[in-house]
Design a protein around this ligand. Structure first.
Ligand SMILES: [Zn+2]
Length: 125
């Protein structure tokens, strides 16, 4: 059984958010959601710190890249891995680029790897 982790999913599309929540909950992870980068940052700064953040790119107010930069610049948050998910690829500052994983198994593998990185080395910028 996979080790459970906490994940913050950031996407302005409610349908995509449910996909992630379903897939991640299925393998035992705790999932929180935010509707855009600004919402995510508010949650993080309020003290809800996940193992890893999975974020969409294009969102109102603050996009995925802006969120990733804001997290890496905040000393309180900089060690949290932020994985930026594009339409067909995952681009990440802290784990290898991947095709968009939508099977629970693939998502789980991504979360496990990112969390491992978080614990061992912190973010690589
Ligand atoms: Zn974890």
């Amino acid at each position: 059984m996979a080790k459970p982790h906490s994940v913050l999913v950031v996407d302005d599309d409610a349908g995509v958010r449910s996909l992630y929540v379903d897939a991640l909950s299925e393998v035992g992870h705790t999932v929180a959601v935010a509707i855009d980068g600004a919402d995510a940052l508010d949650r993080l700064r309020a003290g809800s710190i996940p193992c890893v953040v999975l974020t969409d790119v294009r969102m109102p107010r603050m996009d995925g890249w802006e969120l990733s930069r804001a997290v890496s610049r905040d000393p309180e948050l900089a060690s949290i891995p932020v994985v930026v998910v594009t339409g067909d690829k995952i681009l990440s500052f802290s784990s290898p680029a991947r095709d968009k994983p939508f099977s629970p198994r693939e998502l789980d593998a991504l979360v496990q790897r990112s969390c491992e990185l978080h614990r061992t080395t912190g973010i690589q910028d």
